[in-house]
Design a protein around this ligand. Structure first.
Ligand code: PBG
Length: 327
């Protein structure tokens, strides 16, 4: 490598056309996934107070939103449900007329090409807010698997294109894969939340999805944010269990894992820029402390540079609108 003064790295940064030509990564709409929160009722569009531009939508409004997203060029949405009622087991997760099932059917009918990803977990549906049945003060792993199987099957039957288990139960990918296969859903892929930390950055989501645990926390099943090797083991087990694609969550605090999984596994890799990441950029922008648009873009670019193929982000719609304005 020649050194200064022979090497001058600034030569290629002088003008925007040069920079554009040399640019190593681009964020493209094709790879962004928009989260949607579906709630009971009709005509409901309620903004989540800590997440400007993110709404609880009734099924009819969710269809409108799905249509608008597709018209903007968005390819995919991930669905979260806020059920009318909750119970000990979380039966709303697999009910035929459950909120996700209703939403998926209606959206598929109106916007068949929008890829629908179903978050497959029980915490939004259980009265205690935990991701599985509670026994003796603990979240039972194996009984949760049978419930997740039922949930995945009913989501696939309602037309969801991808099942995304997020509960961090051991064996969940294998359980869901075998259940889907047994019910003739061999073609439905599993996008596993393989590396999901017990993160404080999920705070605003729990308001949006009304899924805060009524006691305790999620540290007995989600990863300790201090651990790196354990995250690799989680990913490895999900690959072995038949995951079609992997996810790292949250995003910005975990870019090391995005890079590590990209280098280690050849499966498609998603990253979830979670509610708290979105909320803090918005909060700072509202205060005049950060520039919303540039920070949003830079955060998405960071995921690309780290090696992500897909990004679940609450900025998806904003990004799509931005692109439309520029074109
Ligand atoms: C669980 C789930 C959570 C999120 C996605 N799926 C919440 C949790 O684990 O407590 C968080 C997403 C976000 O913060 O944006 N169903």
């Amino acid at each position: 490598m020649p050194e200064f003064p022979l090497r001058r790295l600034r030569r290629l940064r002088r003008t925007e056309p040069l920079r554009a030509m040399m640019r190593e990564n681009r964020v493209e709409l094709d790879e962004l996934i928009a989260p949607m929160f579906v709630a009971p009722g009709r005509g409901v569009k309620r903004e989540v107070s800590s997440m400007p531009g993110v709404f609880n939508l009734s099924v009819d409004r969710a269809v409108d939103e799905a249509r608008a997203l597709a018209e903007l060029g968005v390819r995919a949405a991930i669905l979260f449900g806020i059920p009318e009622t909750k119970d000990e087991e979380g039966s709303g997760a697999w009910a035929d007329d459950g909120i996700i099932q209703q939403a998926a059917r209606a959206i598929k009918q109106a916007v068949p090409d929008l890829v629908l990803i179903a978050d497959c977990c029980l915490c939004e549906y259980t009265s205690h807010g935990h991701c599985g049945p509670v026994a003796g003060g603990e979240i039972a792993n194996d009984p949760a698997l049978a419930l997740l199987q039922r949930t995945a099957i009913s989501q696939a039957a309602a037309g969801c294109d991808v099942i995304a288990p997020s509960g961090m139960m051991d064996g969940m990918v294998h359980a869901i894969r075998s259940a889907l296969d047994a019910e003739n859903f061999q073609q439905v892929p599993i996008l596993s939340y393989a590396v999901k930390y017990a993160s404080a950055f999920y705070g605003p989501f729990r308001e949006a999805a009304a899924s805060a645990p009524s006691f305790g926390d999620r540290r007995s099943h989600q990863l300790d944010p201090a651990n790196y090797r354990e995250a690799l083991l989680e990913a490895e087990t999900d690959v072995a269990e038949g995951a079609d694609a992997l996810m790292v969550k949250p995003g910005m605090p975990c870019l090391d894992l995005v890079r590590a999984l990209r280098d280690r596994f050849d499966l498609p890799l998603a990253v979830y820029q979670v509610s708290g990441e979105y909320a803090m950029i918005h909060a700072a922008a509202r205060n005049g402390w950060l520039e919303l648009e540039r920070c949003a873009l830079e955060s998405l670019m960071g995921f690309k540079r780290a090696g992500a193929d897909m990004i679940i982000s609450y900025f998806t719609r904003f990004f799509a609108e931005q692109q439309q304005r520029q074109s």
